[in-house]
Design a protein around this ligand. Sequence first.
Ligand code: PEP
Ligand code: MN
Length: 264
Amino acid sequence: LASKEIKKESSVVRINDEVSIGGERVIMMAGPCSVENERQIVETAEAVKKAGASILRGGAFKPRTSPYSFQGLEEEGLKLLAKAREVTGLPFVTEVINPETAELVAEYSDILQIGARNAQNFALLKKVGQLGRPVLLKRGMSMTIQEFLMSAEYVMSEGNQSVILCERGIRTFETATRNTLDLSAVPVLKEKTHLPVVVDPSHGTGNHHYVAPMCYAAVACGADGLIVEVHPDPEHASSDGPQSLKPAKFQAMMDKLRLFAEAA
Ligand code: PEP
Ligand code: MN
């Protein structure tokens, strides 16, 4: 179902009346790794909107590598994201980590994110395939492109065609970056599938210094959108502070990104 052999023209995934992914415009999704409190999420939402983002991101259910790390505010986090949407008008994407809480997350959110660690959780993929919400599907950290596309098939074969693919870096021998952002996945996926493709340079590099250059490169190689972590106080973030941009840096990046988007 994801293949270009089935459908030649590019798919446009509609988020709401104003925002779609896969059309002419490169879409920016931005916000903190985790929702921490009302002030943090509302202020970040206002800042990313001002800079030109059209979708807010924020984790409420967090799939942490360690069980002792912050696990997210759960439903309270979803309520705070809904509050930030009310204030700014931005739709939001948030992660769903298991089939049991998928309906709850879908009641609040505009886009359901499947994280890298759950990219082959087939029960979860089938579940979000049955919910009427667009799905942002991240590539698993050791997944081939073929396996990635098969995960999209799990969602689509349940009836949900609104799938957005996200390259977020893969595991390699390199340790200078958190993951190796496989930007060649963008043209490869564009050749194989009609689904929109977005890039996450925050998790792809793990270092805020490298986020802007990889955003420019992602646009140059044909990405339909970007997802970037932004935090008002990265030093004190509950998760992923080292890879989070401060609002001012995000604004400067967005101004430069427009030039690349126009050229691409
Ligand atoms: C996230 O978006 O915060 C996240 C946990 O991403 P990934 O699943 O790509 O690691
Ligand atoms: Mn994160």
